[in-house]
Ligand binder design. Structure first.
Ligand SMILES: [Zn+2]
Length: 242
C-alpha cells in the first residue's frame, strides 16, 4: 500500500550498513517507524531526511506494520536549531515528549501543530527557549487529556488565590486546603508567570520577559508532571542541567 503523509522526524537510528530507521510524527498516522534505505551513503539524495527536525512530506510503502520511505520532499528545515547547544536540547526535549505520548494510528493534530510552532520558535525567533518549552509542555498536557486548570482549584472548585499548590495527581493547580503529599507549593510569581505563558499564543511569546529562576521552577514542575502522567523522565532536559 502506498501512502503520503506530512511528518516530523523525531529520532533516527542507524540500521544495517547504510540505512536508518526513522521515528516520524505523522500528521495523518500518529507515530510511525519507517526505514530510510541507503541514506548514510556519501551522496545519498535523501540524506537530509535521516535527521531529527526534518519536516517533510514522506512517500511510504506499507507492509503489515512496517513502512519504507520511497521519497521525501522537504517542507521546512529546522536544522538551524542544531547550531545552538541550549536550543538543540530544549528542542530535542520537545521531540522526545512527542515520541513518548504519540502512538501509531493515533494522530493528534493539535499536538502536531504545537510541536511545529515550538520548532519554528527555536529555529527562527529570538525568544527565550525556556518560555517556549513551558508553552509547548502546557499545550502537550492540554492535547493529551491533562489540561492544567489555572482559574479554579481542580479538587474543590474554589477560585484560586495566591496561596496555592500544584497537584501531580490532577495535573493542575489546587488551593491550600486541598494540598496533600502529591502537591508542591507554588509562589505567586511562579503562578502568574505560568498564566501569562499559558494565555499567550506561540506567535506572541517573544513579547514576554520573565526571570530565569522562575522559568526553571516551572520547567521542573511540568517535567515532574510529565513523569507523573506518562511514566517517563525527559532525558534531554538532564543534559542541559550538566
Ligand atoms: Zn481546593
Amino acid at each position: 500500500m502506498n501512502l503520503t503523509t506530512k511528518g516530523i522526524v523525531l529520532r533516527a537510528t542507524n540500521y544495517k550498513e547504510s540505512d536508518k530507521i526513522l521515528s516520524i510524527f505523522s500528521l495523518e498516522l500518529g507515530k510511525i517507524s519507517a526505514t530510510l534505505k541507503g541514506c548514510r551513503k556519501p551522496n545519498a539524495k535523501l540524506k537530509f531526511a535521516g535527521m531529527p527536525f526534518c519536516f517533510a512530506e514522506f512517500e511510504l510503502v506499507k507492509k503489515g506494520d512496517f513502512f519504507t520511505v520511497t521519497n521525501v520532499t522537504e517542507i521546512e528545515s529546522f536544522f538551524g536549531i542544531t547550531t545552538d547547544f541550549d536550543k538543540l536540547w530544549y528542542a530535542t526535549s520537545v521531540l522526545e515528549c512527542c515520541e513518548f505520548v504519540i502512538n501509531q494510528n493515533e494522530p493528534n493534530t493539535k499536538l502536531f501543530l504545537a510541536c511545529l510552532k515550538a520548532l519554528k520558535g527555536f529555529c527562527f525567533e529570538s525568544l527565550d527557549s525556556k518560555i517556549l518549552l513551558i508553552k509547548f509542555l502546557t499545550e502537550l498536557f492540554a492535547c493529551t487529556g491533562y489540561e492544567i486548570e489555572t482559574i479554579k482549584c481542580k479538587k474543590c472548585d474554589a477560585v484560586l488565590h495566591h496561596d496555592l499548590f500544584f497537584d501531580f495527581n490532577l495535573s493542575s493547580f489546587v488551593c491550600s486546603l486541598c494540598r496533600d503529599e502529591n502537591t508542591v507549593k507554588i509562589l505567586p510569581a511562579e503562578y502568574s508567570a505560568f498564566k501569562i505563558i499559558n494565555q499567550t499564543e506561540f506567535e506572541k511569546l517573544s513579547s514576554i520577559k520573565l526571570k530565569s529562576d522562575i522559568l526553571d521552577t516551572l520547567i521542573h514542575i511540568l517535567s515532574t508532571n510529565f513523569t507523573a502522567k506518562f511514566g517517563h523522565n525527559i532525558k534531554s532536559l538532564k543534559i542541559l542541567k550538566k
